[in-house]
Design a binder for this molecule. Structure first.
Ligand SMILES: Nc1ncnc2c1ncn2[C@@H]1O[C@H](COP(=O)(O)OP(=O)(O)OP(=O)(O)O)[C@@H](O)[C@H]1O
Ligand SMILES: [Mg+2]
Length: 256
């Protein structure tokens, strides 16, 4: 099983959007996936829950129980044949300063999936420390603004403290707008260059990006809306497909 963490310390950068794109692309390509909602305050993956089921599902086990020591298979909600979900839970906050960074890694130990994808909240605490310790790949969505840059500097200091030398880290521009060739002095050009020229980050910046587009907003709000070769979604489909194929070395041919 490959475990993929999606985290940025700045809020609203696209963590949940990326999570849903990766999950839907991978399940569409036939992989068996587990998705974990480690965002204690947002229940950001309620995307996968039907409103009619929400009340019943709210009684089931969650990530809180996983951190208490239950195994993954005892905490899942089945979404479909390809996908299991471990729900978010506000009580996860109890573990923000837990003494162990290995709780999640231990709980996931024997889980039998091709991919596990973990969406997180925009924070740095020991919940995130647990998520990163359990992960093989880290995706960090960023935006072209100075606050995202400062948050990334802070995040890299924290990552260095964790000494996770094998964590395959990708910084991904989201809501990307191409810098303008003819006006080097604009804020957008300056900030983009700060990221690209930073000695610490530059080797981790993925060459693929997701543009700012209302298509992604629509996607995240409508469960039956697919990205495919139709005119409206083709650009977004190609961006997401290329990003996922580049990072995971898989082939995404179906609609996402
Ligand atoms: N490429 C994009 N183009 C346009 N809108 C986008 C794009 N990516 C994300 N958004 C929108 O930006 C908002 C924030 O995205 P999202 O919820 O994925 O971020 P997040 O990092 O999970 O936020 P939080 O930190 O609150 O968990 C949403 O309204 C989403 O639809
Ligand atoms: Mg989110």
């Amino acid at each position: 099983m490959k475990t993929i963490a999606i985290n940025s310390i700045k809020g609203g950068t696209g963590k949940s959007t990326l999570s849903v794109l990766f999950i839907n692309a991978l399940t569409g390509a036939g992989y068996k996936c587990l998705v974990i909602d480690a965002d204690a305050s947002n229940n950001s993956l309620s995307y996968y829950l039907d409103n009619s089921e929400t009340v019943e599902i709210a009684q089931k086990k969650t990530i809180f129980d996983l951190f208490l020591g239950l195994k993954a298979q005892d905490c899942i909600t089945r979404i479909n044949e390809q996908l299991d979900l471990i729900r978010g839970d506000v009580r996860l906050n109890e573990f923000r300063s837990t003494d162990s960074l290995k709780r999640l890694k231990r709980a996931l130990g024997e889980a039998a999936y091709d991919y596990c994808i973990i969406d997180t909240s925009p924070t740095y605490d020991n919940i995130i420390g647990n998520v990163l310790t359990a992960s093989d790949i880290l995706l960090i969505p960023i935006q072209q603004d100075i606050f995202s840059y400062q948050a990334l500097q802070y995040q890299f200091q924290k990552l260095a403290d964790l000494e996770l030398d094998n964590l395959d880290t990708h910084i991904i521009f989201n809501q990307f707008e191409k810098p303008l060739n003819d006006n080097q002095g604009t804020y957008r050009n300056q900030v983009t260059n700060m990221f690209l020229e930073n000695e610490t980050f530059k080797s981790f910046i993925n060459g693929n990006y997701l543009s700012r587009s209302s298509v992604y907003r629509k996607y995240i709000n409508k469960r039956n809306y697919k990205l495919d070769a139709k005119t409206e979604t083709q650009k977004s489909f190609n961006e997401a497909k290329e990003l996922i194929e580049n990072i995971l070395g898989v082939s995404i041919n179906e609609a996402i």
